[in-house]
Design a protein around this ligand. Structure first.
Ligand SMILES: O=c1[nH]c(=O)c2nc[nH]c2[nH]1
Ligand SMILES: [Zn+2]
Length: 447
């Protein structure tokens, strides 16, 4: 484009969430992306002439979307185990603690081998990007070098990512799949230091105690200090399964709740994201709200491992930041579209138990997968919707591609088309993916 100031301009339908509205479908809007990959303007199509003067672009350079096409913001997976992708779709027949011991820890041990790690991590980054995950908050494994490799691969593919080297110094139930307390702290220091040194634009470290069962009090305190010293994100699991909650009570008798364990060790901050939270009490949710900590709702995993069903309405009532996670591979799908669908399904299942509850609408689930996720990761000043000044993280969706799993009919308006995509669509419909203004899907030939 010959213009000064904008690199690309699109015209057509855009759907996104705002602070006040779970879904706004805007037909005939124009959006400009500047050279820095940020949204320069986002206005009604009728303003196009004045925009072209103001921004110096030629209207013939505008890319017009088809009537069966639209842009939505990139989706944010707030909780995914990159290392478990290798067995996703299998091993769904045991409850959490047995599942970890029998399937998960033995697989995670393999990531000591960097060739193994490279293959698996390349596949998970490719798959999630194709499925429209522009931002992922990843658990890796205890292996520092393989975790750094995941950071490099995310950077190579242009995915926005938080990367966690997993920390665990007890109860691994599998010989060798744990570190000594001091080693774990030192390796986390090394991981953070090395990853920050790379100066990747979109990839950052996240302090990652696996969960309270896997970590001694001393390790948790050390991790809390590292997070504070470097002002880092923190991720872990909380109150996923009733046996887990009971075990934590026994391991930390001086703490008043599971949440209190993380509070006492400096791990519940406004940059914390805790996965699951199915059994959090109202008192605990109040603490989450006061501290600005977030919950990642992982409905596929919660059902697959028969862990529990998060009452999303109650979390929202407590004004706790909430997003969605695939939780691969406790969750069998790496697609955030699946997370949207399972979140709605779970809320409907809860309604069957309590007629007073209101199910989640597809619009609310869409919000959780986009703007909600950006809030969970404290990135909502930068991504989550099409507000001017934010990075252009976006999916171009086309429902009329060859082999599309969705059929359209006369009279299907843009809102219906979006709803069909969210409920029936898949990666075949996600024809282009942008992160910070850069097109990352389709992949370059060299990938
Ligand atoms: O769903 C889960 N997946 C895990 O890998 C894990 N580790 C602790 N708690 C966990 N829950
Ligand atoms: Zn998890």
């Amino acid at each position: 484009m010959s213009s000064v100031g904008v690199a690309r301009v699109y015209r057509g339908t855009f759907a996104h969430s705002t602070r006040d509205s779970a879904l706004r479908v805007l037909t005939d809007f124009v959006l400009g992306v500047n050279e820095q990959g940020k949204i320069a303007f986002f206005e009604e199509g009728q303003n196009v002439e004045s925009l072209s003067h103001q921004w110096g672009f030629d209207t013939s350079d505008i890319e017009q979307l088809g009537s069966h096409e639209f842009f939505i913001p990139g989706m944010v997976d707030t909780h995914i185990h990159a290392s478990q992708y290798i067995f996703s779709g299998t091993h769904l027949d045991l409850p959490l603690l047995d599942w970890l011991k029998t399937y998960t820890f033995p697989v995670e041990l393999c990531y000591e081998d960097l060739d193994f790690a490279k293959d698996a991590y390349t596949k998970v980054v490719r798959r999630t990007l194709s499925n429209g995950t522009t931002t992922a908050c990843y658990f890796a494994t205890i292996h520092t070098d393989a975790s750094l490799l995941l950071g490099r691969i995310a950077d190579d593919f242009g995915q926005r990512a938080l990367i966690g080297k997993v920390c665990m110094d007890r109860n691994s139930m599998v010989p060798d799949y744990k570190e000594l307390t001091e080693g774990c702290k030192d390796e986390t220091d090394r991981f953070v230091h090395e990853l920050l040194k790379k100066k990747y634009a979109l990839v950052k470290p996240v302090v990652t105690p696996r969960f309270a069962i896997s970590c001694s009090s001393s390790l948790l305190s050390n991790l809390g200090k590292i997070a504070k010293n470097y002002d880092l994100h923190i991720q872990s699991h909380i109150s996923e399964n009733k046996h887990e909650v009971q075990f934590v009570k026994e391991l930390f008798p001086d703490c008043t709740s599971y949440t209190d364990v993380y509070v006492k060790h400096g791990l519940l901050t406004d940059k914390t994201v805790m996965a699951h939270g199915c059994y959090l009490t109202d008192e605990e949710l109040k603490i989450f709200h006061e501290r600005g900590a977030a919950v990642s709702h992982c409905p596929n995993s919660n059902i697959s491992l028969i862990s529990g069903m998060l009452n999303v309405r109650n979390v929202l009532k407590h004004k706790v930041k909430l997003g969605l996670g695939t939780d691969v591979a406790g969750g069998y799908s790496s697609s955030m579209l699946d997370a949207i669908r399972r979140a709605v399904d779970t809320s409907k299942a809860l309604c069957m138990q309590d007629a007073q509850l209101q199910p989640l609408s597809y619009k609310e689930a869409f919000r959780l997968a986009t703007l909600g996720g950006s809030e969970v990761l404290s990135l909502d000043d930068c991504i989550g919707n099409f507000a001017v000044g934010k990075d252009f993280d976006a999916l171009r969706v086309n429902l009329c591609v060859p082999g599309s799993p969705v059929d359209l009919f006369p009279g299907d308006d843009p809102e219906v088309i979006l709803e069909k995509f969210l409920n029936l669509g898949d990666d075949r419909n996600i024809v282009e993916v942008y992160v910070a203004g850069k097109q990352v899907v389709p992949f370059p030939d060299s990938y």
